[in-house]
Design a protein around this ligand. Structure first.
Ligand SMILES: Cc1ncc(C[n+]2csc(CCOP(=O)(O)OP(=O)(O)O)c2C)c(N)n1
Ligand code: SF4
Ligand SMILES: [Mg+2]
Length: 351
């Protein structure tokens, strides 16, 4: 419970990262979610990724909308900046914060209701504009917080806990992210930490719009036999296209796979992704082929996971706008206000 303070004491032998921080330094308040909720596993994966990357918590800004998923930033990175916005409006608040201070790592946490129902427009436009962020949707196919109504990602034909059949077609956020130009697109499962943690690490280092759809079963309303977002269903139908190891620019490459079975993708900042292909015909750099492949597998009922698309040299919104390297919120009056002569010139050019 959030009103219960966590004990400050921790075991002196806890492992430390390059900054000398332990996992405790990446925790937040005690979770109030249902025991077993997939969202808590995603929070754990985010904390693990930030610990492993030795990120200073004050360099992260967590933003969310409304929902059980959007509550989760309270439960991790308690020393980071946080903003719990309005339902479906996280992307525009994140975009504004990113424009004002490009120096922070932006982590947008949302739900399938928050992003695919009320916030669909915001979701598409933030990705289309290339906002440098990690956008995570904790996808359970229902509005968990308001007692389990179908969301727009619920599969047609799937049943609610009370047996009602969903007759609407579903929205695949991964397909949309690919279509609108996101430069890093992945899908994972809250029950697969080994896959999810390196995907989050790679997304944090990616300097563009990174989208991760994480299937995250709602144990209270959508974990029954006729659901396509239950733990059992996802375990049975989940097929990974690749396995990812994330390697920072500093670390030497040390992967345990057979030579020739791993593709090394270098990112702009020098970090590397070691990708072990599991689906022979899958090309992680071919956006169009990825879209076709994913759609055809989805039609067969398969849930494809892994790193689905990456552009190793992405452009972001600041590059499009040509903004200065220094964060706008750190500029002084002299730089922000060019004076009346410059204003006259601009006005004259518009007459
Ligand atoms: C403008 C507005 N409309 C409706 C609601 C009610 N509401 C709160 S959370 C929610 C859906 C949350 O679903 P999702 O984003 O999937 O999160 P989950 O709880 O499943 O993690 C809705 C409809 C609201 N808070 N604000
Ligand atoms: S209602 Fe569902 S989504 Fe919300 S905390 Fe409970 S299990 Fe998680
Ligand atoms: Mg949901």
């Amino acid at each position: 419970m959030t009103y219960l303070a966590k004990p400050r004491f921790h075991h002196p032998g806890l492992p430390k990262n390059a900054l000398g921080y332990t996992h405790r330094d990446y925790e937040g308040a005690i979770s109030t979610l249902c025991a077993g909720c997939g969202h808590d596993s995603i929070s754990a994966a985010i904390m693990e990724a930030c610990f492993e990357l030795a990120i200073e918590p004050h360099r992260v800004a967590k933003l969310s909308g409304i929902g059980c998923s959007s509550k989760t930033p309270t439960y991790f990175l308690g020393n980071s900046h946080g903003f719990n916005s309005v339902h479906g409006r996280m992307p525009s608040v994140l975009t504004g914060a990113n424009l004002a201070n490009r120096d922070l790592i932006y982590l947008g946490v949302s739900g399938d209701g928050d992003s695919a129902s009320i916030g669909l427009g915001q979701f598409a436009h933030a990705l289309r504009r290339g906002v440098n962020m990690v956008y995570i949707v904790e996808n359970n196919g229902v509005y968990g917080l308001t007692k389990g109504q179908f969301s727009a990602t619920a599969d047609r034909g799937s049943k609610s806990k009370r047996g009602v059949v969903n007759t609407d077609n579903s929205i695949d956020l991964v397909a949309m992210a690919l279509q609108v130009g996101a430069t890093f697109v992945a899908r994972s499962f809250s029950g697969d930490k080994a896959q999810l943690v390196p995907i989050i690490e790679a997304a944090i280092e990616h300097k563009g719009a990174a989208f991760i759809d994480v299937i995250s079963p709602c144990v209270a309303f959508n974990n029954h036999a006729d659901s396509t977002k239950s733990f059992d269903y996802v375990r049975e139908h989940n097929e990974a296209v690749n396995r990812l190891d994330f390697i920072t620019g500093r670390a030497p490459i040390r992967v345990s796979y057979e030579p020739g079975t791993v593709e090394i993708v270098e990112q702009h900042d020098g970090s590397k992704l070691a990708l072990r292909k599991l689906a022979a015909e899958y090309d992680v750099h071919d956006r169009l082929a990825a879209m076709t492949f994913l759609q055809s597998r989805a039609a067969e009922g398969q849930i494809m996971t892994g790193l689905l698309f990456v552009d190793p040299d992405p452009e972001d919104l600041h590059r499009h706008f040509g903004t200065v390297e220094q964060p706008l919120n750190a500029l002084g009056e002299k730089e922000l206000c060019p004076g009346s002569t410059a204003l006259e010139k601009i006005n004259a050019s518009l007459r």
